[in-house]
Design a protein around this ligand. Sequence first.
Ligand SMILES: Cc1cc2nc3c(=O)[nH]c(=O)nc-3n(C[C@H](O)[C@H](O)[C@H](O)COP(=O)(O)OP(=O)(O)OC[C@H]3O[C@@H](n4cnc5c(N)ncnc54)[C@H](O)[C@@H]3O)c2cc1C
Length: 402
Amino acid sequence: MSRSPVKIVVVGGSYGGVGFISNYFKEAKKLQRPVEITLIDRRDYRHNCLGSFRALVQPDFSTALWAPYTSLFPQGQGHKVVQGSLKEVHHHHIVLESGDSIAFDYLVLATGSYNPAPAKIQGITSYKQAVALNEQYHKAVQAARHITVVGAGACGVELAGEIAHAFPDKKLTVIHAGARPVDYPGFADEFKAAAAKHLRDLGIDLVLNERVSVEGLDMEHPVLEGRRQIQLKCQQRTIETDLVFLSTGYVVDTSYLRTLVPENKAADYPNFDPSSLVDQRTHRIKANAHMQIDHPAFAHIFTIGDCSNAYETATAASCTYASPILAKNVIKLIQDGNGSPSLLTKPDLPKVMLLATGPRNGVAMLPIFGTRFGNFFARMLKSKDLFSKMMWQSMNLEAPRV
Ligand SMILES: Cc1cc2nc3c(=O)[nH]c(=O)nc-3n(C[C@H](O)[C@H](O)[C@H](O)COP(=O)(O)OP(=O)(O)OC[C@H]3O[C@@H](n4cnc5c(N)ncnc54)[C@H](O)[C@@H]3O)c2cc1C
């Protein structure tokens, strides 16, 4: 008697979701059961956000950043891609904003995060519209004389660096509330100092220890055109600017989990509250060491990437490291059915950061040959193509030349 296919639903087709799917196909040869995977993403094309700031200053680079999902799956095996937005998660089905319901045996939640535009573009589901919006931002950069970036995390440093490289004649200010740029836990002070020096060497006015509030600038409106003044209270000076970018942090929306309750809640978990599944400060999903939702009722629901708290720092690198383990764990569960296979544990992540500031420039922290900083490694590993070729390869497509 033939068995019905196991249904895996993956929500989010970027580093986490596609990382899982690629690794699933590498491992699945050992699997004896038919499996159908459905990938759901709200966008029509995959976006390599790592290159957003290069596209801001060089719009033709957009071509390298958006890839269709057409070759992701082998043909004729029941796998499919659905464009839609996840609204609700239930024990064995999800509901999309369209009202469509999709059943699953295993679910992978990889819905990521939203960094302020132009890093990631919220609310736009068509790549053509996203590219058009990027053109608009590019024109604003071209027209501005004095540009200000608020925030000097990794995105703020890269955004300012790309603009400084492409438009060396523009006045550029970066304002940061902290004492050092890229001030993430566990990263060496020398790296942070190297990033600060790098920005200043590019001619950028780096203002530290200054928390500013710019009227109208928020996550919903992260790009403000038009002449305005910004008061620097600690430095007791005012800057005149005509284009401001917000680059402070990212937001995670996992509100789709508020409908998730265990199948036999009344008997087994009478006091269950779905809000316990999510870190209330960051809204990231609480994951256990095997990358499952951290609750015994949901061993069949996994999470990876920025929407998950499996790793402290939200990076594409964590998806690269963790997706092979995630794929193996899902396959183990499929193979062993309701048994209790011993699942693999997510790997530790080395402290790596590559900051690209133009095609030939950057700052890097790498745990090889001792900790190294500087331009050479960033240029070799990231700055030239911002991992675009790798992104296209993972989509089983050849990257366009730009
Ligand atoms: C400018 C920039 C540079 C970066 N550089 C680096 C770097 O050098 N190295 C590094 O490791 N990391 C870097 N990062 C971080 C990295 O981009 C993220 O950690 C990575 O994108 C996370 O991947 P993800 O798949 O978890 O989420 P995302 O990339 O955010 O993708 C989530 C996907 O889910 C979809 N989605 C979201 N919500 C829903 C929903 N409700 N329904 C359906 N679909 C949904 C989205 O459309 C999207 O396709 C950088 C980030 C930025 C912005």
